[in-house]
Design a protein around this ligand. Sequence first.
Ligand code: NDP
Length: 305
Amino acid sequence: MAGVVLDGKKVSQEIIAELKPRVKEITKKRGRPPCLAVILVGDDPASQIYVRNKVKACEELGIRSVELRPPANITTDALFEAVDPIVKDKTVDAILVQMPLPKQLRAEEVIPYIVDPFRDVDGFGIHSLGSLVVNRFAPRACTPAGIMQLLHRSKIPIAGKHAVVVGRSDIVGKPMALMLLHENATVTICHSQTRNLAEECKRADILVAAIGRPAAITRDFIKPGAVVIDVGMNRLTDKDVVVPLFAHDLSRLSAFAKNESVLVGDVDPRAMQEMSSAYTPVPGGVGPLTIAMLMVNTVDLAEMH
Ligand code: NDP
């Protein structure tokens, strides 16, 4: 069996296209476009790429973006001072602080100070997370919200299915499990202390892997015909690891030879393709949806304001 590819890029383009008239309407009504503020502390290369892509998505939609890039060694007090104009600016509809933060800054202190519940575009705040628990409207964490969109738009039934979510982070695993639960899946959450992980996973009709371990979910973890959602994004550079993983895919191998690195998910790509009924490729699966949902949250917040 060869699983159908769930094309996250295509779905994300659909979502972005649907947002365009909403952005126009807001801009017309208020005389200014929605506005997203992005705070990137330091110069982590991966974070820089993420922020660049977010700003690009704003530009594509006609959303105004404001960027603040304090240095990596900034203290908490100095950061609070630097963000003050953004925090006080009522024309800013949505604020995000790019993760991870440098070690001297504590997310649990920084995020609530900078991001109030009505501008919590990432849905990481306590208010947004609490609203998710009781299934009330509030910005939803973008990655799991994007996965729900992908499942809906791909007409994958959820109610009554057994979903297994591997990973219990506050930004992916836990909100993912809650969203599936609200749609009446029977949900199992697995983590690093789970016994017999393969057995648990093999019971899944919908398997979501979000652990940050390259290709850790292998053939033995996948029930034939399951829908497999691979959230993981791991960059590999070791030829001895990469070659066996992509032995079936010459185009990926030649891309690796050229770039000296390759992106792999948390699921063995070949096993996922061969065992599933449908799966998200890496890249081109879950990744693009995350940014599209960030734009949805920005527009939702602007409409709410
Ligand atoms: P975290 O590191 O915050 O959480 C990882 C989770 O996986 C933890 O709950 C951990 O368990 C669990 N885990 C780790 N190792 C194992 C294992 N061997 N077996 C079972 N469970 C394990 O990661 P995130 O949730 O932030 O991200 C997960 C992955 O998703 C990463 O690869 C990340 O890059 C990717 N990602 C992709 C996004 C996208 O847009 N495509 C967006 C966000 C993340 P425990 O709690 O017990 O430690």
